[in-house]
Structure formats: C-alpha cells, structure tokens
Unconditional design. Structure first.
Length: 228
C-alpha cells in the first residue's frame, strides 16, 4: 500500500470512531517514519499517542500518529498482511491510551510492559518473572497476556506431578526437577488457545524478590495427560 492510500485509510477509520472517543484528540496523523524497536529485531512501533497539552486532566490533548514505514516493514515479510485490520487495531489502541490518560489511569501502559516482557521471554532474554500478573486476570491464579495464558502455582518444592484444570477438564503434568521460578509450556491440552498455556511454578514471594528485576527463569515444555 502506498503512503497516500494509507493516509486515506487512516482518515476513513478515524471518521468511523464514535465522537466520544475522539474528545481531546487534536489530530490523527500518518508519519512516513519507520520506528524499529530499540532492542528487539523485527518489531516495530506502529503508532503512538503523543500528549500535546496537559494543563490538567480536563485539558488533556493528544496527537495520535500511525507510522506508515513501520506498517510497510511488517508487510514486506508477510504477503497476507492486513493493512486495514492492523491500522484499525493500532488506532483504537492509541485512542485507548488517550482515554485512560485523561482518566488518570495507567492500566494500558502496564499491560504494554507485560507484553514486552513476554516478548523477551519468547526470545530467551532476561525478563521480570512476575510480568504475567499485570495481564488480564481470568480467574484466581489465571492470567492472559495477548494470546498466552499463565496458570500460577506457588510451591515450597517442585512436585513430580501437578494437576490442573483447563476448559472444564482435569489434567496431570509430569514435572522434572527444576529451579524456580519455572515457566512450563504445556502440550496436549484440548482446545488450546492460539498462544501457549504456561504453568508458572514459583515459591511464595519474599520481600527481596521485589528488587531482583529481570531474571532468566527456567523455561521448558511438558506434556499433559487427561485425568479421568
């Protein structure tokens, strides 16, 4: 898609947004820039919500920018790249930044951090082992960050096997002796999500754990068997 066509697409998408979500938006712009992630390869910033005025929460104004060059870089390696879908998702994401900022909320910023930490985990880089707790809480000890689901278990020692529930069925996972914390990607679940289901095994938190920052938790895979 050419730059002028992308600008027309974004303008049309912005016109379709309900007016209440555009309150305080000074402009929705398209920049030709390509904005790569400062550390992670093949990751690009698609959009940004930029504050332009903050005299008080009632006077917050923002400018939303979508980076055409970043979209083009992703589309270059993906023949099925959905320009309209990705642009719509990015626009709504940045508008939500603005709405939550006006409300004095930082939930989305925290979630973005959790997504970044999960990306580091997938790439084998050090990450904060409690990042998933900032994600969407589905139930007690169950969290989701994008397409990945995390089942949290607190133990004193790692058992040989651990039972868990998934979509109304009980399963048993055999566990090797590992150091904690450990992220165990589970294979063999019926109706798995599009991402991974990770069993997170950790010790009861201690005060000093709050100051450890990024770590290299144990990462492994385990097969589960249904419990009849």
């Amino acid at each position: 898609m050419r730059l002028d066509a992308f600008r027309l697409l974004v303008r049309r998408l912005a016109d379709e947004v309900p007016t209440q979500y555009l309150e305080g938006i000074a402009a929705v712009d398209v920049s030709p820039r390509t904005v790569p992630h400062p550390v992670r390869p093949d990751v690009y910033t698609l959009g940004e919500c930029i504050p332009v005025h903050d005299a008080g929460l009632d006077d917050v104004l923002s400018r939303v920018v979508l980076y055409y060059g970043s979209f083009k870089a992703l589309a270059r390696d993906d023949p099925a790249f959905d320009w309209e879908g990705e642009a719509a998702e990015t626009l709504l994401h940045e508008l939500r930044h603005h709405v939550e900022w006006r409300a004095g909320a930082d939930a989305l910023e925290a979630y973005d951090w959790a997504v970044e930490q999960n990306g580091l985990r997938a790439e084998g880089e050090p990450y904060d082992p409690l990042f998933y707790q900032v994600g969407e809480r589905l139930d007690d000890g169950v969290y989701r960050v994008e397409d990945d689901v995390f089942l949290e278990r607190t133990v004193t020692t790692v058992p040989e096997a651990m039972e868990l529930s998934w979509r109304g069925r009980r399963y048993r996972a055999l566990l090797p002796a590992v150091s904690l914390p450990a992220f165990v990607a589970l294979d063999g679940l019926a109706e798995p999500p599009s991402g991974e289901v990770c069993l997170v095994i950790r010790r009861k938190p201690r005060l000093r754990d709050l100051f450890r920052g990024r770590q290299h938790p144990t990462e492994l895979r385990a097969s589960v068997e249904a419990v009849t």
